[in-house]
Design a protein around this ligand. Sequence first.
Ligand code: ADP
Length: 727
Amino acid sequence: MRFTSFRLEEVKKLLGQSPVYSLDFNLDGRGRPTDGVCAVTEKELVIINGQKVNFRCSLDEIGEYTTTQLVGSGAFGIIRNGEPIQLCIFTQDLLNSFAELGKLLDYHRETGIFPEPGEDDNNIRICPKCGSIIPEGTNICFHCEKKGKYLWRVVRLSLKYRWPLLASLFATIAIQLLWILYPYLQGVIIDDYITPKNQDFSQLLVTLGIFLLIPLVIMFMEILNDRCTAKVSMAVGHDLREQLFRKIQEQSMKAITKRPTGEQIKRISNDTEKVQQFVAMYGKEAIVRILATLVILAVMLATNWKLALLVLIPVPLAILATQIIFKYIHRKYRLVWSRFSQSESTLHDILSGIQVVKAYGSEKREIAHYADYSKRFAQSMYRADIFWFLAFPIIGFVATLGEYFYLYFGGQQVLIGALTLGSLVRFAGYVGMIYGPLRWIIQLPRYIAESAVSAGKIYEIIDEKEDVSDRSNPVDLKIKGQVEFQRVNFGYKVYKPVLKDISFTVEPGEMIGIVGPSGVGKSTLINLIMRLYDVSSGCITIDGVDIRDISQNSLRSQIGVVLQETYLFEGTVLENILYAKPDASMEEVIQAAKIANAHNFICKMPNAYNEYIGNKGYKLSGGEKQRIAIARAILRDPRILILDEATASLDTETEKLIQEALARLTQNRTTFAIAHRLSTLRNADRLIVLDKGRIAEMGTHEELLRNRSVYYNLVMAQRQTTKLSKE
Ligand code: ADP
């Protein structure tokens, strides 16, 4: 999905202003391919086809926006003065985007505000400034953003470890200086001892001694350098990983679910690794190597400036050539990055859902699916890398040219006696030192850019503002269990309300069933009680205190949850039950398991409570997993309990055991239960019936049946289905 046209620059020129939303469409009135844009400015809706404005209409005149599915395509239109007008046609893949655009514009019509489009996983966003695609999972356009600022923060973080950092800096500078001294001594040995056939062996020995000492000192310096650098880079990597992980843990569900899990794992592992490399190598080495190159240049110029200039002629050429190539491939690498990210996310998605893949026997399709992404990534990488493969031989060739120059002119000067042989050898050493690191220095912008992008991605999460956070003096409330909703409105996106004007009061210890058609907002209502999201307006109170004033820790530690899809961590049964209360005693755990009707089946396992239940609890049946979850909740002894479809899809025997366990669990606790099968909610004190985001009815099972309204219809519909499935 996207709300910025790929042709943004042209659209801006045509309209003379920046559109608020602009969305490309791709079919003309006869269903033939075209390049069109549907643009919305502050005042108007404009349809551009090719290079022309085909239609414009003031937003005030529009009564409704319509998105219609046609055969194999879709259409977007408006209703003006009661008359429908079809504005543009597009292929199926754009249908969701236009439907979303319609919702954004509906919201604008009602409120006068242009809302920000949602950040869905597949929401392709384009930078409004430069028009390039913003990579998935991030809000940063790495094309426009100043990259240096993120690297500077990494540098500042490294300064926390200033002593090892200084030691490694000192060692690197010493190593470079000693290397520079090396050719100098070579020259001295030739000029002072070998050419004049000087018989003074003792002096030669001393010089040779120094000559030998240099690599020895370099060796020690390298050991020092490597140790200190490793220390700093590992520490910085660790700091960043920890900061990132903490931030992700503290974020609201809204912020966490915005990015695919694979993307978050990548940031914690790959991106911190890249930044770590920057600290270990590129950052410090870059400064030192550039300085060393300048020193060598100065020494060469001082020794024989004419020869030095001759030798150096090809260097700017090499730099220029590679700079041009670099500029070109920069664009190519952006594509590589975005494709890599897509292929990784696909892989993660397939592996997370491997059970479904196997169950549907769709392995072949998934292999083809992943192979497609992987191939696209490989192709883009190959196309980008080709240019590097071009750059290296060019530098190699230029380096040979340099060598040729200095041998030719230098040799000539030695022959006429203008230059000593020692100086020529010294020059040879320096030429090697200039051309050697050239490759490295030319690659440097690429490495630095990569590190900056990674640092940007890390700090983007670390800097993210928390949308659900504690107030400055949050209350630690000892919850009794009265819950009240006061005119609560909520939507995951502002322009798509899910719950509307919800008000009710629940007394401590009451059991409330929440019913309504699928997608009506039952889970959403429960998410709001747990404060996984904050309400858009209105308020929710517990024992009369607004939940936004209660510390999140205090709130959640007193709410227990049993979900249909119980998530068990890798580990033993005991560890999984203890998750609710790590300091509980074994007696407490067994007691909780007994109440949850789980003790018997746990004892039947070979290692009982120490049985290892593997990845996501695959060894256990659905009913067993649920009873472990119930034991977990019992151990926690929450004041408010949430049961989300807790007894769906189980056989009668297991269901009986679970119902029993739940009945014990819900005693004396305020309970909110969602169940598909309405019969399971019969013993609820009251039922809240949701319809179209609002409370349609409230009352006991019998009262609601007597009402013969929404609940009655739901029950009748369900009876009908059950009867049909039994026939
Ligand atoms: P129910 O539990 O009644 O089946 P939900 O509360 O899960 O319904 O969903 C209500 C609406 O909110 C649905 O339209 C669903 O698509 C939407 N929704 C649910 N979760 C999210 C989310 N994390 N982000 C955006 N929309 C969501």
